[in-house]
Design a protein around this ligand. Sequence first.
Ligand code: F0G
Length: 457
Amino acid sequence: MEFKTIIEPFKIHSVAPIAMTTEAQREKFIAEVGYNLFSLESDNVLIDLLTDSGTGAMSRNQWAAIQHGDESYAGSPSWLLFKAAVQNLFPYKHVIPTHQGRAAEKILFTAIGGEGKLIPSNTHFDTTRANIEYSKAEAVDLVIAEGRDPSSLHPFKGNMDLVALEKFINETGVENIPVVMMTITNNSGGGQPVSLENLKGVSAICKKYKIPFFLDACRFAENAWFIREREAGQGDRDVVDIIREIAGLADGMTMSAKKDPLGNIGGWLALNDDDLAGICRNLLILTEGFPTYGGLAGRDLEALAVGLTEVVSHDYLKYRIQSTAYLGNALSKMGIPVVLPIGGHAVYIDAKALLPHIPALQYPGQALAVELYKVGGIRGCEIGTVMFGRKPDGTEVPAAMELVRLAIPRRTYTQSHIDYVIEVCAEVLKRAPKLGGYKITQEPPALRHFTAAFAPL
Ligand code: F0G
C-alpha cells in the first residue's frame, strides 16, 4: 500500500533555531537593506528558500567523515576518497577540486574562453554566463521552445534545441566554439530536466563536429531521477547507472558540490583531455590551491565523498522530487501560476502571469519576492529581469521569463514548514492585484541582483 503522505526519509539529528518575527518587523528589515533579499540577515528570515546551494543538512555519516578528514597538504587520503567517489559516478580521467562551482567555471573559461569565442548551452546559469562573458566570450542559450514557456507540460523542458545547435555550429564555425555545455537540471529554466535522448543527441553533434561537450552537472542525481521516472525504457534502472551513462556522453564537467553532492561547500572540474587538464591545474594552483585539495579542506572532501553515496539513494530522490512537487502542486491548485511540470530543486512562480499589471522593467519578480518576505518571512529569489536584464553593452532588456524561485534546501525543512509556505502564498495571492513595482536605485556593473538596491514605485 502506498500512502499519500510523503515522509522525510530521515529523522532530525541536530537542530538550528528559527527566530520568529512579525510582518511589521520584516517591513522594517527589508526597507533597511534596499529591498534586496540577498542583503537580509538570515536570522531575520523564517523559511529560507533563497537557494538550495550549500544550505542542506548533512547526515550523521557526513559529520562522522568530517572527523576523519586528513589535512595533509599533498596526497591526503581524504583526497583519494573524494576522487574515487567522484569517478565512481563520473569516470573522467582528471578531477580538479575547487571551492565551489564558479571556481571550476572560472578556470575552465580562462583556459578555453576569450574574445571571439561562443559557448552554447541549453541555458547557462548566471555565474556560468558571467564567467564566460568575463573572459570576453559569448554565452548562448539554445533551450527548446517549450523550455521558455512556463505552462508547457513537456517532460524534459531543459532539452537543447538540437536543430538550433547544429545551425548555430554551422553559422558560427567550429573553430569559434571551444565547448558545448548542458546544465542538468536546467536551473535558470525552472529546474527542468534534460532527457537522456537529448544528451545523446548533443553528444552526437559534438562528436560529429569534434567540439568538446561539458556538463554543468550540479543537480545530476535529480536529473537522473527524472529520466528514470519520465523517459521510456528507463524506469527499471538504478540512477547510478543512468548517471554513469550521462557522464560517458560528455568529455568533462563543472560541478557545484553544494547541490546534489550534499555538501555545504565544494566543487570540481573533471575532464579527460590531458593537455587541458594541465592548463586547468596550473590555474587552480594560482587561485584555489594544490591539485589534491583545490579550495577545500580534507574534511570537506570526506563529507562530499559520503554525500555522493547518499544522494543516489532512490528513497532519498523519490522524497526529494515528490516533496518539491508537493509545494508546487499546492500553489498551482490555488491558482498561483508556477512553472510546470514542477522542477527538481525548486518551485518557480511565474511573476509575469501573477502580476500582469507590473511592467518587466518595474521588476514583477522582485515585487513578488519582497511581498513573500514581508507577509511570511519567506526568502525566495528573483530570476528575471533583475538577474538577467542588464546586457554587457549596458542596455536593459526584459528577461524571457519573470520568475521567483522558491528553492528547497536538501533535507532541511519538514512538511509543516512547507505547509506554512503554502499558507503564506495564499495570502500573497490575495494581495497580488494591489502590489506595485520597483525601481533600481543603485547597481554594480555585473551580477547586479546580488547587491543592487531598490525602491518601491
Ligand atoms: N551552475 C548551476 C546550474 C548553478 O545552479 C550554480 C549555482 C552554479 C553553476 C555555480 O555554483 O554556487 O557553487 O559557485 N547555483 C546556486 C543557486 C547559487 O542558487 O542556484 P556555485
